[in-house]
Design a protein around this ligand. Structure first.
Ligand SMILES: Nc1nc2c(ncn2[C@@H]2O[C@H](COP(=O)(O)OP(=O)(O)OP(=O)(O)O)[C@@H](O)[C@H]2O)c(=O)[nH]1
Ligand SMILES: [Mg+2]
Length: 306
């Protein structure tokens, strides 16, 4: 009896901000491991999602959107992405079908050309995301434009929202992975620490409905997570204390809202998600603080984990 060899390896999702990388990562994993929003630059660190099958294990790395940086934070995020690219087997270059291929995509394509020029460089798969938002004709034109942008191992249209070709994309990536052992135990979906996931869920809830530059100015840090003492095993309660940092006092009042109404709504939405993640009741204590111009300040960036 011959058995097919086990394959394993890493694939990194890249693309301009808002291209649908994190939504696709979640669809590929089958569960939420990365937060998403309609604001650009939602993802700020690399997030690993794991797809395990009997004959393969694929580790996905979702990255911050690549763009021309305007702040020190932007620069650090770009460096994070380009450092990751050299270390993976496959690159998934995401190009949203509902938007024309533009200068942002050409900027990324030119960076990719350098990285994969080495003979042993990673394979690049161009992924036309958000296929549910366009007609067949629009998709056909998009695929032609994407094809002309560079030299891709494959081009595939997908929709994370309607799950169109999500499994086909996994097959395609796995076919490009080298033979190798399982890297993570079965059932593990991410290697994100819980405190990071909790901070991200608070940031996702806080991003909902805020406009302009505020999303960029928001950073979230979990200060404390602890089991409330003196409660029995069936009524566990986890105290979670979280700081939300903004750059200016005016932003602080937007986040808090009239009479604290907005912060309360953010807390309620985030608490539901955190309880689902941790499987315990949670007391969520949110504090909003001003860290002046943290996006441009190396010291503050360090303190906030960038
Ligand atoms: N209709 C539709 N919307 C999608 C799809 N994928 C993503 N979106 C939406 O596009 C927006 C951006 O999605 P994200 O997954 O956060 O994009 P991203 O590329 O991770 O963005 P950054 O982390 O900021 O670089 C969100 O509002 C998503 O709901 C899709 O397949 N179909
Ligand atoms: Mg993202």
């Amino acid at each position: 009896m011959t058995s097919t060899p086990h394959r394993s390896g890493f694939a990194c999702l890249i693309g301009r901000p808002n291209a649908g990388k994190s939504t696709l990562t979640n669809a590929l994993v089958g569960q939420k491991v990365a937060i998403t929003s309609d604001r650009p630059q939602t993802t700020r660190h690399t997030v690993r999602g794991i797809v395990s099958r009997p004959d393969s294990q694929l580790v996905l790395i979702d990255t911050p959107g690549l763009h021309r940086p305007r702040t020190l934070l932007g620069e650090r995020l770009n460096t994070l992405v380009t450092d990751t690219l050299g270390e993976v087997d496959v690159i998934l270059f995401c190009l949203p079908a509902n938007q024309k291929v533009g200068p942002g995509d050409r900027f990324i394509a030119s960076q990719l050309a350098e990285i994969v020029s080495g003979r042993r460089g990673p394979k690049v798969i161009a992924v036309a995301t958000k296929s549910d938002l366009v007609t067949k004709e629009q998709m056909a034109q998009h695929l032609i434009d994407v094809d002309q942008l560079g030299d891709w191992a494959h081009i595939i249209p997908v929709s994370a929202q309607s799950r169109y070709q999500v499994d086909e994309l996994i097959d395609l990536v796995v076919s490009e992975l080298p033979e190798g052992p399982q890297l993570y135990p079965d059932g593990e979906l991410t290697d994100e620490p819980e405190s990071v996931m909790v901070a991200e869920l608070v940031r996702e809830a806080a991003l909902e409905g805020v406009r302009d530059e505020l999303p960029h100015s928001l950073a979230v840090v979990v200060e404390e997570m602890s089991l409330r003492p003196g409660r029995d095993e069936d009524h566990r309660l986890i105290d979670v204390r979280v700081n939300l940092f903004v750059e200016r006092p005016s932003q602080k009042s937007i986040i808090i809202g009239r009479g604290g109404a907005r912060l309360k709504a953010v807390g309620t939405a985030a608490r539901r998600e955190i309880e689902a993640l941790l499987g315990d009741k949670v007391f969520l204590d949110l504090h909003v603080k001003v860290a002046k111009d943290w996006q441009r300040d190396p010291k503050q960036l360090g303190r906030l984990g960038f």
